[in-house]
Design a protein around this ligand. Structure first.
Ligand code: GRF
Length: 190
């Protein structure tokens, strides 16, 4: 059977490191799926260049009228949708078309330090301000609420006393790159 195809969605400022981790894991046979298309809201997202360098198809889909239908067009032939730095709620028709097959990665241990507005540096600032002893990342299924769907996989690390939001973000990001392909693999076997 052919490997399942993935559509990866990035945000307007998407740096695309998780996207790249998924592309590489697919190409190197470390997960039974491969990235078919990267969907970005604008050509200027840094992830777009990276995807092109990797010879992966890019679709630019700007939010606006018929956003859901245009996303579904771009995702045609894909079995999974992986959000990687995509910060919006997905249109309902996309969630309906991919039941339990839309994933997101979050740079903390959900349900803590998640929800609307909790992204980027704010997450790690929150972890440090709360004096949390551990952090990590979470791959979860996506539903109509922020950071709320069933958790597929978490990876943990200890927060060091001298961690800054930046140092913590960098260490969590390394875990994210391992976690996303692993979680996807796990989901394909369910
Ligand atoms: C990651 O920290 C991810 O957890 C969050 O957005 C960030 C995207 O980073 N959802 P990158 O673009 O994959 O490097």
């Amino acid at each position: 059977m052919d490997n399942a195809r993935i559509a990866v969605m990035v945000g307007p400022k998407g740096r695309g490191s998780n996207m790249l981790a998924l592309i590489r894991a697919g190409k190197e046979g470390r997960m039974p799926a491969c990235v078919e298309v990267v969907i970005a809201p604008t050509h200027s997202a840094p992830a777009v260049q990276t995807a092109q360098d990797e010879k992966v198809r890019v679709a630019i889909v700007e939010p606006g009228d018929d956003y859901g239908a245009r996303l579904l067009d771009a995702m045609e032939g894909c079995r999974y949708v992986c959000l990687a730095g995509f910060l919006r709620l997905l249109p309902e028709e996309v969630l309906r078309a991919f039941p339990d097959r839309v994933l997101n990665i979050h740079p903390a241990l959900l349900p803590d330090f998640g929800g609307k507005g909790m992204y980027g540096a704010r997450v790690h600032e929150g972890v440090i301000a709360a004096g949390a002893k551990e952090s990590g990342c979470t791959v979860h299924l996506v539903n109509e609420r922020y950071d709320d769907g069933r958790i597929l996989l978490q990876k943990r690390l200890e927060v060091a006393p001298d961690d800054t939001p930046e140092s913590l973000a960098a260490r969590v990001l390394e875990l994210e790159h391992q976690a996303y392909p692993e979680a996807l693999t796990k989901l394909t076997r369910e």
